[in-house]
Write a protein that binds this ligand. Structure first.
Ligand code: G3H
Ligand code: 13P
Ligand code: NA
Ligand code: ZN
Length: 311
């Protein structure tokens, strides 16, 4: 059934694992994620960005997700707005059947972030919907807002308690060194998330679910397939999976993954198209592409997040 993340996060926090939040924008991606989660008896979060809504249209996305719920009756599925930029898009998603929304006012000063988040929380809670907010800035491209590496700033642990208390928010996204996209770290440097900051945050708000954005690991086998079949992804680097496992064992209850799905999908399409220049039926290459996405999600659930069997 379509559910909120309340129960999922409570169990994940206590059980020392995390729920995967995967971005969706078409039928194949929705199918791949929910089939993998269904087979592994894992709760799962399907998340939709403003860009995805623009691409696929809100009605199509909602109906695709409703179909996935019908096809996978045994697992809890949450429908979440990813990086809501303002009250209006959050309201539109609450009104449109989402069970969770993110208000991302992290680019605003602290007090303004509190005010905007609070307003969304009041509306969402009145309609039975939960809210994620963000403190701190991720490096890289966050929706329309470009945050350069120098501007990116880690979440300040001194701020989290006041923020959570004053907003009434249900979960908090933090910045500890991840970024969006497939180019997260400079080549030659050692990728290292700031677990010291995460642990300070945990101590300030014990029991409170933390969210990790920008958590793709950028599977090098898919980067290789893409590059061997006409692609040009140079120095694509993600978060090492060991660090994601460590995060999943902590207060982090939601781990956001989009880029890895895109890489699997693109690798499948490029590989098939390159091997079969005569193919022009989308089902021929999308079948392989969809299977890659399913493989990525199954691997994450089983080997990284620890959410298999927790439905
Ligand atoms: O936060 C970024 C997600 O990967 C969604 O990306 O805004 O291009 O749909 P998008
Ligand atoms: P990635 O680009 O690392 O997959 O991050 C996705 C994300 O944080 C969506 O909100
Ligand atoms: Na956890
Ligand atoms: Zn994000």
């Amino acid at each position: 059934a379509l559910v909120t993340t309340t129960e999922m996060f409570k169990k994940a926090y206590e059980g020392g694992y995390a729920i995967g939040a995967f971005n969706v924008n078409n039928m194949e991606i929705v199918q791949a994620i929910t089939e993998a989660a269904g087979e592994l008896k894992s709760p799962v979060i399907l998340q939709v960005s403003a860009g995805a809504r623009k691409y696929a249209n809100a009605t199509y996305l909602r109906k695709l997700v409703e179909a996935a719920v019908i096809e996978n009756p045994d697992i809890p599925i949450a429908l979440h707005l990813d990086h809501g930029a303002d009250f209006d898009i959050c309201k539109s998603c609450v009104d449109g059947g989402f069970t969770s929304v993110m208000i991302d006012a992290s680019k605003y000063p602290f007090q303004e972030n509190i005010e905007i988040t609070k307003k969304v929380v009041e509306y969402a809670h009145a309609h039975g919907v939960v809210v994620e907010a963000e403190l701190g800035k991720l490096a890289g491209i966050e929706d329309d807002v470009k945050v350069s590496a120098e501007d990116s700033s880690y979440t300040q642990p001194e701020e989290v308690e006041e923020f959570v208390d004053k907003t009434g928010v249900d979960s908090l996204a933090i910045a500890i060194g991840t970024s969006h996209g497939a180019f997260k770290f400079k080549p030659g440097t050692k990728p290292q998330l700031r677990f010291d900051i995460l642990h300070e945050i945990e101590k300030k708000i014990p029991g409170f679910p933390i969210v990790l954005h920008g958590a793709s690991s950028v599977p090098q086998e898919y980067v290789k397939i893409i590059n061997e079949n006409g692609g040009a992804l140079k120095d694509a680097i993600g978060v090492p999976e060991d660090q994601l496992r460590e995060a999943a064992r902590s207060a982090v209850c939601k781990i956001n993954i989009d880029s890895d799905l895109r890489l699997g999908l693109t690798a499948g399409i490029r590989e098939v198209m390159n091997a079969h220049p005569d193919y022009f039926d989308p089902r021929q290459y999308l079948t392989v592409a969809r299977q890659n996405v399913k493989d990525v999600v199954a691997h994450k659930i089983q080997d990284v997040l620890g959410s298999a069997g927790k439905a």
